[in-house]
Design a protein around this ligand. Structure first.
Ligand code: COA
Length: 390
């Protein structure tokens, strides 16, 4: 049985994404939360719950129990608002939204805050790459030298060989991200890059180079979700979460049927579109999880924006802000930045801004539906949401 109490995004807030050397995990988290409260015009004592997406704070800074910490640091510890951390690797933020969505849909809660936060620049170099590799199968991938970039490189090599695709197609994803991020004031990177610069940047894991990789970013994002009855009672305006899908697939890359398809993404996007009652043609723009450029290409094909092996036909000409299907108007993981636990929530911030017509210079003309795609690890879990509609 699917319940009819619709869920709306009532307001959003973010910290800057980037290398925030002088800010702590708790500071950026509370900043995003306060911005979201101001944007939605609610009082914290009216919140029924808070869900926090976070992936790696325990390993990076030795800090666990993030939910309770943020509640206390925000000054609401005595308001009795249950605050829980949700962890699903690089999809932690989207997973937190998913749990909040269910809690409202079930009728239990009316007003829920969802935060996402990661502070990734506390450590650097090989130490950080080792911690990032904890999102892989430690025993069978990372132990043998696998890193996230190395696993993505395997997918890229096989894809390029099987479909005769050049590096320019991968690089075009990053060029588009940087262009859009240059219009996003909170983005990690604000520089525009050319196809040539992207293709000839420092090698990371052949065939991927620096401009094919999302950075290690600090950042926090926050949204306030409300039930339909709350929206009506308070006379508020917002953006509907029209559909959602969460799917699972084999954990390690070597167990999968294909190196360049994430079955979890195929399935999650179908579920989300089906639940929203729309087709891909109705989607006005998408935020896709392009932690590596090849994953952006795979996402477009897995979700049906392009046939398998044919993403080049759209990424070279149709994914700009004025294109047939704008991709990553926020700047995506590559250029808005990639604070693991925040990214999935940040996609909702972009959807809200675009659908409310508040996205400034990067505003897409008359968008109706956004598709938001978030991935854990190399594809073990995918979470897709459709936002928008009446
Ligand atoms: N794109 C563009 N520039 C980047 C960058 C990126 N992805 N990563 C770092 N830089 C820049 C930094 O801003 C810095 O510039 P500056 O000298 O002007 O200040 C310079 O490169 C060196 O930065 P540094 O932090 O030393 O880079 P690094 O070599 O330690 O890390 C990567 C680069 C690609 C290895 C790192 O960003 C990375 O691991 N990315 C992938 C994240 C990941 O694993 N995600 C998991 C996905 S499933």
């Amino acid at each position: 049985m699917r319940l009819s109490n619709d869920v709306f995004i009532l307001g959003t807030g973010e910290s800057k994404y980037g290398e925030l050397w002088d800010r702590s995990l708790r500071e950026i988290s509370v900043e995003a939360g306060l911005n979201a409260i101001e944007s939605s015009g609610i009082r914290t004592k009216d919140l029924d719950a808070i869900y926090m997406g976070n992936s790696l704070a325990g390993m990076i800074s030795g800090q666990e129990n993030i939910g309770a910490l943020m509640s206390d640091y925000a000054g609401i510890a005595d308001e009795d608002v249950p605050t829980l951390r949700i962890e699903a690797s690089t999809a932690s933020g989207a997973a937190a939204v998913h749990q909040a969505f269910l809690s409202i849909k079930s009728g239990e809660y009316d007003l829920v805050m969802v935060g996402g936060v990661e502070k990734m620049t506390e450590l650097y170099g090989t130490e950080m790459i080792d911690i990032s590799s904890s999102i892989l199968d430690r025993e069978w991938e990372a132990f043998f030298g696998g890193t996230p970039a190395a696993m993505a490189a395997l997918s890229a090599r096989k894809y390029m060989k099987d479909f005769g695709v050049g590096k320019d197609v991968l690089a075009a994803i990053s060029v588009n991200d940087h262009k859009n991020a240059s219009m996003n004031p909170i983005a990690h990177f604000s520089n525009i890059i050319s196809l040539d610069q992207a293709m000839n940047s420092t090698p990371v894991a052949e065939p991927l180079n620096l401009m094919d990789c999302a950075p290690q970013s600090d950042g926090a994002s926050c949204i306030i979700l409300a039930s339909e009855s709350y929206m009506k009672k308070e006379g508020k305006e917002g953006v509907k979460i029209a559909g959602n899908g969460i799917s699972q697939e084999y954990f390690a890359l070597h167990s999968r049927d294909s190196l360049y398809s994430m079955k979890s993404t195929v399935s999650a996007s179908r579920k989300a579109l089906d639940r929203a009652g729309i087709s891909l043609d109705d989607v006005s723009f998408a935020e896709v999880h392009d932690s590596f450029s090849i994953y952006g290409i795979m996402a477009l094909e897995d979700m049906g924006f392009a046939p398998r092996g044919k993403a080049r036909d759209i990424v070279l000409s149709e994914i700009g802000l004025n294109g047939r299907i704008p991709i990553n108007p926020s700047g995506g993981l590559k250029a808005k930045g990639f604070p693991y636990g925040a990214t999935g929530v940040g996609q909702f911030v972009e959807a809200y801004l675009q659908l409310m017509g508040k996205a400034g210079k990067r505003q897409i003309a008359d968008p109706e539906y956004a598709l938001l795609h978030s991935v854990a690890g190399t594809g073990s879990t995918s979470i897709v949401h459709i936002v928008g509609g009446e």
